[in-house]
Ligand binder design. Structure first.
Ligand code: HEC
Length: 112
């Protein structure tokens, strides 16, 4: 009689684990939603395709781009940098919605 409960117990453990993983959102981008016009989730995708080659994945710093995590830059500083460029960073790599989104992302990692 006891053995009949084992498969049920295993099943219950699996169900609980699946729900726990779903709630933990392990596979979602690690960015806090922030106020402002840009969407940092979309901005992360722009960043990884356009900026990470210099600034490193997630803005951790690279060659030749400085680390952007913890930079404390404001949205206007980040958009000014994108619009004007400086050093080897070209101006206007992104614009419009992509710029607003990547600015939101850089500001969010800047406050980490
Ligand atoms: C070709 C390499 C390169 C690419 C691509 C690049 N950057 Fe840069 N970025 C740099 C360098 C180098 C600096 C430092 C510039 C200086 O010293 O004047 C910099 C500086 C910055 C700064 C200012 C950092 C600070 O502490 O003041 C920000 C913000 C920034 N980049 C954001 C971005 C974003 C967003 C993108 C993608 C749209 C991007 N960068 C793409 C090379 C790059």
């Amino acid at each position: 009689m006891r053995r009949l409960w084992r498969p049920l117990l295993v099943g219950a453990v699996i169900v609980v684990a699946v729900f726990a993983f779903a709630r933990a959102r392990v596979f979602e981008p690690s960015v806090a939603k922030s106020a402002g016009p840009g969407d940092p989730y979309a901005g992360q995708l722009v960043f990884e395709s356009t900026c990470a080659s210099c600034h490193g994945i997630g803005g951790k710093g690279g060659t030749p781009g400085p680390r952007l995590i913890g930079s404390r830059l404001t949205a206007s500083q980040v958009s000014a940098q994108i619009d004007q460029g400086s050093g080897v960073m070209p101006a206007r790599l992104v614009s419009g919605t992509d710029e607003a989104n990547v600015v939101a992302y850089v500001v969010s990692i800047g406050s980490k």
